[in-house]
Structures are given as C-alpha cells and as structure tokens.
Design a protein around this ligand. Structure first.
Ligand code: PMP
Length: 287
C-alpha cells in the first residue's frame, strides 16, 4: 500500500505530496508541529496535543482555518487510510506561502500537512530492561523553546552529536542546569524524589512529561518540578527521559558515566508500569 500524506485538505501519495518552495516553514521555520502516538489505531493523549497545538498557534499569531472537529476527523482518516495500527502522526502548520519577507504576509492561509509513519512501540518496552545512554551538549536554542516550532537546528545538531557518540539522546545543558533532551524531557530520581525541569520558556512542555507527573502523583510518588544541575544528574540514583515516541526510557549513562548502579532503577520501573498501563487504558494496546 503506498504511503499517504495530507496536504491542505487533500490526501495523496506521500511521494507526490509537497508544499510550495516559498512556504514560510521552509524559509523561516515559521511553523509549528505536533507528533502523536497511535496505538491499536487510537491516538494517545489527543486532547492535550490539540490544546498544545492551539496554544502554539496563538503564541505565533498563526490562524489555522480548520477547527478541532474537522482536524480530528482528518487526522483519523489519514491514519485509517495508511492502514497502520501502530504509528506516529506528524502534523505541521506553517504561516503559509508568500513572497519572501520576514514580516507576516497579510493574505496567506496557513499550510497544514500531516504524515503517518509506522512505529514499533514494543521496542520501547524491550529498552526498559537495558536503558539507554545520553551525552550532554550546550543548549544553544532560542529563548522560547516552549513553542513547538520546526526551527529545530540546534536540536538536530545535538541529536547528531549523540548519534556519533553512540548515545540515544543529548541532554541540553545551560550553565549548570540540565534543561531537557534534544527531543525528550529529562528526569532524575534522588532519595525517592522524582525531579524534572519546570515548564516556562526554557523547555518544551512535553505531553508525556505531563502524563508522567499525573501518574506519579496519583501513585503517591513525590514529584519536584525544579531545575537540576548536571552534577546532580551524575550523582542521581536513577535518571530517565520521556517523549511521545519514548514514553519512558531509563537513562543508565551520562557522558559515559554510570547513573546510580548503571542499570534501570525501581522508581523508573514503577513509572514505566504506570505509563504502559495508562497507554493500555486509553488505547487497549499491550506489547
Ligand atoms: N522536548 C523537546 C525539545 C521535544 O522536541 C520533545 C518532543 N516533541 C519533547 C521534549 C517531548 O515532548 P512530548 O512528550 O510532547 O513528545
């Protein structure tokens, strides 16, 4: 079955799907995006993703002429037409196509594109047993990384550095503070307390992060939303990361140094159990 993409109201073969060369997403990174997980054919945490998408549009003053209802239907239709039950859906909205000029165009409608890719979530469950390694990189990003824009060059370079070092992720460090990963939120555990950077303008408010906080609190685990330093992370009992495509993964090495025992810890394991139970509750999916 050929892969299908959605471009401004039309579903078409991915190979032929395109935007104009003067799309502002291409020229300025003047675009926002969302990535949602689909398990058992159902979109996980759809409502929070929609809320974040609308907030991001509002922050940038981009007007999308598609309401939540039709957007939801179109997203579901694209998933169904692609025929994958385990996949991710990528949605991107740019300010539109216009003659290149930094200031906003007055009459360009936003461009909405969506793509769907098969995704193996079961691999994330296998990775719980081994954990993954991260390296650190300087946080070179702009001051509003809470807005999920396609301007991801600093994230791209950090992720490439991680890949070249044989690591799964790069943790972005500003001064002494660990902000988050290049495409994931960062967490440590110390003396039973679960610590992650607070939301604000310095991190992307992850949907998986939010879900983890609620699940942890519901299970009477202690969560502290506060900045933590790289030194704290190096001396933590456990560490982990979270994102839509990696809802929770134990971090067992930072810059080559073992975290705690160097193996996935019990608090992370408990959170993983809560997380995957929540996935099953919402979607019916089990590995
Ligand atoms: N931080 C950054 C920089 C990201 O790109 C992502 C992934 N979008 C996340 C955190 C995790 O966010 P989410 O849980 O919504 O996938």
């Amino acid at each position: 079955m050929p892969q299908l993409a959605y471009v401004n109201g039309r579903i078409q073969p991915l190979a032929q799907a395109s935007l104009h060369v003067e799309d502002r997403g291409t020229q300025f990174g003047d675009a926002i995006y969302e990535v949602c997980a689909v398990l058992n054919g159902r979109i996980l945490d759809w409502q929070p993703h929609l809320v974040r998408l609308r907030r991001n549009l509002g922050e940038l003053g981009i007007t999308l002429g598609v309401a939540d209802g039709p957007l939801t239907l179109q997203a579901r239709r694209l998933i169904e037409r692609n025929g994958h039950t385990e996949c991710i859906i990528y949605m991107q909205i740019s300010r539109g196509t216009a003659k290149r000029d930094h200031a906003f165009p007055s009459d360009a409608p936003a461009n909405l594109v969506m793509t769907v890719r098969r995704f193996d979530f079961a691999q994330r469950i296998k990775q719980l047993a081994t954990g993954i390694a991260v390296i650190t990189q300087p946080d070179n990003r702009w001051g509003r990384v809470d807005i999920k824009t396609t301007g991801l060059l600093a994230n791209v370079l950090a992720k490439q550095a991680a890949k070249e070092a044989g690591a799964f992720e790069a943790w972005l460090v500003s001064g002494e503070t660990v902000r988050e990963g290049s495409s994931t939120n960062a967490w440590i555990v110390k003396d039973g307390r679960i610590i992650t950077h607070p939301t604000g303008t310095a991190i992307l408010p992850g949907i998986a992060r939010d879900s983890l906080i609620r699940l942890a609190q519901g299970a009477q685990l202690m969560v502290e939303e506060r900045p933590f330093t790289l030194a704290e992370a190096m001396h933590a009992d456990e560490a982990f990361l979270s994102s839509t495509t990696a809802p929770i993964l134990p971090v067992v090495r930072i810059d080559g140094q073992a975290v705690g025992s160097g193996t996935p810890g019990p608090v992370t394991a408990r959170l993983a159990e809560l997380t995957w139970n929540e996935v099953a509750r919402q979607t019916g999916w089990r590995a």
